[in-house]
Design a protein around this ligand. Structure first.
Ligand SMILES: [Fe+2]
Length: 228
């Protein structure tokens, strides 16, 4: 039940919103139970350890980053909740991608890359079928769009991309860089921050990157972990 627990227990404040109402997943008749059971079924597939490490744990760590940046961006409570709920589900479409492609330990072939790039759409479709709120689904659908229009699935540009999806894109990329993936090594925090700055205005929303980088520097200064 890792995935359901991850969502339901992430933070009691979000418990109600994320599942559309708290449910222990046992009654078997309500819509919430059915939703939860579907999620549980997906994660109970074989290779759950991989999913846990590269999807679920990644989503949780990205949610922590989003929580921090939402304060730095002065998001209101409603936006903050929608953002966190979206982050905790944003890569769910990867559970629907063939495992040999998802777990490939090396560069993907063009057709494999194309299949991987379906994950935001597949996730959105899966959530829509289960009546997840549209404001969450559209963020998940757009989390790999790039402000210069070179992203996927639709090639949206700038403000065409929902603001919270642009926030998620920054936190998501940063988390992947500092944690690494099965096919690429982790990078230092400074390298990751430099990459965000380099891609500001191209891959990422420039204003969000500025806020994110400032927030991070302030935090490490406070914690005296590094001298900036
Ligand atoms: Fe993704």
């Amino acid at each position: 039940m890792e995935f359901a627990l991850l969502i339901l227990d992430y933070d009691s404040y979000y418990k109600l919103e994320i599942a559309g109402g708290y449910c222990d997943g046992k009654c078997g008749v309500c819509r919430k139970c059915i939703n939860n059971r579907n999620i549980i079924t997906l994660i109970r597939e074989k290779n759950a350890e991989f999913y846990q490490k590269y999807i679920l744990d990644h989503q949780t760590r990205t949610a922590e980053l989003c929580k921090k940046v939402s304060e730095a961006l002065s998001l209101d409570e409603g936006e903050r909740r929608i953002l966190i709920q979206s982050v905790l589900l944003h890569d769910i479409g990867k559970l629907l991608i063939p495992f040999n492609i998802l777990s490939k330990n090396g560069p993907l072939l063009p057709f494999e890359r194309r299949i991987m790039e379906f994950h935001p759409l597949k996730g959105a479709e899966w959530l829509r079928e289960r009546d997840f709120p549209e404001e969450i689904v559209t963020i998940i659908e757009a989390h790999h769009e790039r402000v210069d229009g070179s992203g996927y699935p639709y090639g949206l540009k700038g403000d065409e991309i929902p603001f919270l999806a642009r926030v998620l894109a920054v936190c998501d990329a940063f988390e992947v860089m500092i944690s690494g993936r099965h096919y690429k090594p982790q990078r230092s925090i400074n390298e990751a921050l430099n990459e965000l700055k380099k891609e500001a205005g191209r891959q990422f929303d420039e204003a969000i990157v500025i806020t994110f980088v400032e927030m991070w520097y302030n935090e490490v200064k406070e914690e005296k972990k590094v001298v900036v």
